[in-house]
Write a protein that binds this ligand. Structure first.
Ligand SMILES: *Cc1c(COP(=O)(O)O)cnc(C)c1O
Length: 375
């Protein structure tokens, strides 16, 4: 018997595990109010100017977007002081990651190097493409072994992924260390592109000292990715961007589906860029909430990792089971993120919410621990 089927490597795939949705947990637990701190979304919601732009442009839903989203790439070029021709925009930075892999690395011929664990889209899209993957374990303190990444590259390496600040730990390497990695790659694997994913960089205490985008010209073998999903509050609109070497940007625009950033997403992103008040409030809320959450978690006896992002990774006090605690919190109307899909069954990740959400989470976790989330 034969029937249509998908490739073996797709059947073998562990698909991306998204955070649970509020509607799902409301229904499952019969709850009125559910707080979601699972997907690192903006605690203040969407910028009022972006919401207004979506409403104002709703009537344009029948139009195709302008090919290549030139207004948006121009605005992003101005924001970072780079030539518009080097700006890529996609349906989330997920689309840019996927396309970089597909347009740069050939299955059976090239390899991709990244950390273990890391943001799961890199390994998943590499596996879908059938490109060999080489992983370098994080150090015990969750810092990235950048020398180890360089050592694993060879003449067939085409992409190296580094996340700064990292997901799920929140760790951020020094900019000089990332620049040094770019230099080593240029010598050892001159055809490899170093992709620096700065999805959370604007939450860092000192972005100007940590981001490659604030250090003058990018090295020629480096691409930097950012997204409108986190600090800009537009995860549901799906817009991400990258600053790419010119030749890679040229390939990107040949490969991208013509209209993957839609009319309303483009208008929302442009409006968000102009909403300085919302952005300042977001960064303030996240930096302050991160401090408060870290203090509260430590106070409950949890181990908390230092984070430059809008989330915290933590471990429960000795003897407490992470899965049971996660489930217990769901019953109390709080969704956080178990990290089993990252290969970290004992670790949990919580996104920074509003002050009220952070307090509700800490209260629920305290109650849960007191009730005894034991194995
Ligand atoms: C959230 C996130 C992104 C952004 O994804 P989008 O597709 O832009 O929503 C990229 N990289 C990392 C590490 C992330 O956590």
């Amino acid at each position: 018997m034969s029937a249509p089927s998908v490739l073996e490597r797709i059947r073998a795939l562990d698909a991306y595990a998204p955070g649970l949705s509020i509607a799902e947990i409301r229904r499952r637990h019969g709850l009125e109010k559910v707080i979601k701190l699972a997907s690192n979304e903006n605690p203040l919601g969407a910028s009022p100017l972006a919401q207004e732009a979506i409403r104002r442009n709703a009537g344009l839903a029948f139009r195709y977007p302008q090919g290549g989203n030139p207004r948006l790439t121009a605005a992003i070029g101005r924001l970072h002081g780079v030539a518009q021709g080097r700006v890529a925009v996609g349906n989330g930075s997920d689309e840019i990651i996927d396309l970089l892999i597909r347009m740069i690395a050939s299955p059976g011929e090239h390899n991709i190097v990244c950390c273990e664990p890391c943001f799961s889209i890199y390994p998943i899209q590499a596996r879908i493409s059938g490109v060999a993957l080489r992983r370098v374990p994080l150090r015990p303190d969750f810092s990235q072994d950048l020398d180890g990444l360089a050592e694993l590259t060879d003449a067939s390496t085409r992409l190296v992924f580094v996340t700064t600040p990292d997901n799920p730990s929140g760790y951020c390497p020094a900019r000089e260390a990332v620049a040094r990695l770019a230099g080593r790659l240029a010598e050892k694997a001159p055809q490899a592109l170093l992709v620096v994913d700065e999805a959370y960089m604007d939450f860092a205490k000192d972005e100007a000292a940590l981001s490659l985008l604030h250090a003058g010209e990018l090295p020629e073998n480096v691409a930097v990715l950012r997204t409108f999903s986190k600090s800009w509050g537009l995860a549901g609109m799906r817009v991400g961007y990258g600053i790419l070497p010119a030749a890679i940007a040229d390939g990107f625009w040949r490969s991208r589906l013509p209209f993957s950033v839609n009319v309303l997403a483009e208008e929302a992103a442009l409006a968000a860029l102009s909403d300085h008040a919302f952005r300042a409030a977001t960064l303030e809320t996240v930096r302050e909430g991160r401090r408060m959450l870290a203090e509260g978690l430590s106070g409950l006896g949890c181990q908390v990792w230092p984070s430059e992002a809008n989330f915290l990774m933590f471990r429960l006090p000795e003897g407490r089971d992470a899965r049971a605690c996660f489930e217990g919190l769901l019953g109390r109307g709080i969704i956080i993120r178990p990290l089993r899909s990252y290969g970290l069954p004992e670790h949990l990740r919580v996104s920074v919410g509003t002050p009220g959400e952070n307090a509700a989470f800490l209260r629920a976790l305290g109650d849960e621990l007191a009730a005894g989330a034991r194995p």
